[in-house]
Design a protein around this ligand. Structure first.
Ligand SMILES: Nc1ncnc2c1ncn2[C@@H]1O[C@H](COP(=O)(O)OP(=O)(O)OP(=O)(O)O)[C@@H](O)[C@H]1O
Ligand SMILES: [Mg+2]
Length: 230
């Protein structure tokens, strides 16, 4: 199977006067269509590595390949386009725009990448909202729905441009355990239905155990790679 994300000899140093090395020579890749988690203690480097994969941050040394293309030396505009069209992001805090409705928030990445939504895209957004169980609140302002619904809106938004990759940084960090479980079921269904590759940071071992591959980070290094057949 093809590698859709590939990190080669990645290191990351923060700061200029006081330098802190937080990633040490990381080699890590993910297969197309796979469902993965990243675990590790607070401060171990999980978000840093995910942000580098997602081209939101640049490595200090090393190479990053997304879908076969080297990205660490791309210019800003190229990166913005690649991100918009290839990668969906889900963060711990959803960053929905409060003055827009649920549906408008879901359409936002399309708007940014391609301009005014077509009828077909609006239909797709509605389908995604149906998939995440939000049809009834689609015309509510995003502030007028629950936390779990906001998180599901963010998931639909991450999928609107049909990305090959979804990167999630503790996507259920502020939800109760029931909602957390529902959201993971949903992500797994999306992985199966759309063959989207997922890399999900989680603090929750029970969640990690549900993924096909667990990557553990310790002090900026890969500790172990557990591969199961789930
Ligand atoms: N912008 C920054 N400037 C300086 N140091 C940073 C910066 N961002 C992160 N760090 C440091 O890099 C290390 C890794 O941080 P990172 O956010 O990747 O950890 P994490 O594993 O995601 O932790 P958490 O589970 O708490 O989210 C930490 O020691 C952190 O203090
Ligand atoms: Mg983090």
């Amino acid at each position: 199977m093809a590698k859709i994300i590939e990190l080669k000899n990645i290191s990351k140093v923060y700061g200029t006067t006081i330098k802190t090395k937080v990633l040490h020579n990381i080699n890590l890749s993910f297969e197309e269509h796979s469902f993965n988690s990243i675990i590790g203690a607070s401060g171990s480097g999980k978000s840093t590595i995910l942000n580098i994969m997602g081209t939101l941050d640049r490595p200090t040394t090393g190479e990053v390949y997304i879908n076969g293309k080297r990205t660490d030396n791309m210019v800003k505009n190229e990166l913005a386009e690649l991100r918009n069209k290839t990668i969906g992001f889900i963060f711990q805090f959803h960053y929905l725009l409060p003055e827009f409705t649920v549906l408008e928030n879901v359409l936002m990445p399309y708007n940014i990448g391609y301009g005014r939504p077509t009828k077909e895209i609006i239909a797709r957004a509605e389908e995604l909202l149906n998939l995440v169980g939000l049809t009834e609140v689609k015309n509510n302002l995003s502030i007028n729905i629950s936390g779990g619904q906001q998180q599901r809106t963010a998931i639909a938004r991450a999928l609107i441009n049909n990305p090959k990759i979804v990167l999630a940084d503790e996507p259920t960090g502020n939800l109760d355990s029931k909602s957390t479980e529902n959201i993971y079921e949903l992500l797994r269904d999306i992985n199966k239905e759309f063959k989207t590759t997922f890399v999900i940071i989680t603090h929750d071992d029970r969640i990690a155990e549900k993924t096909s591959r667990i990557v553990e980070i310790e002090d900026g290094k890969i500790k172990k790679k557990v591969i199961s057949d789930k």
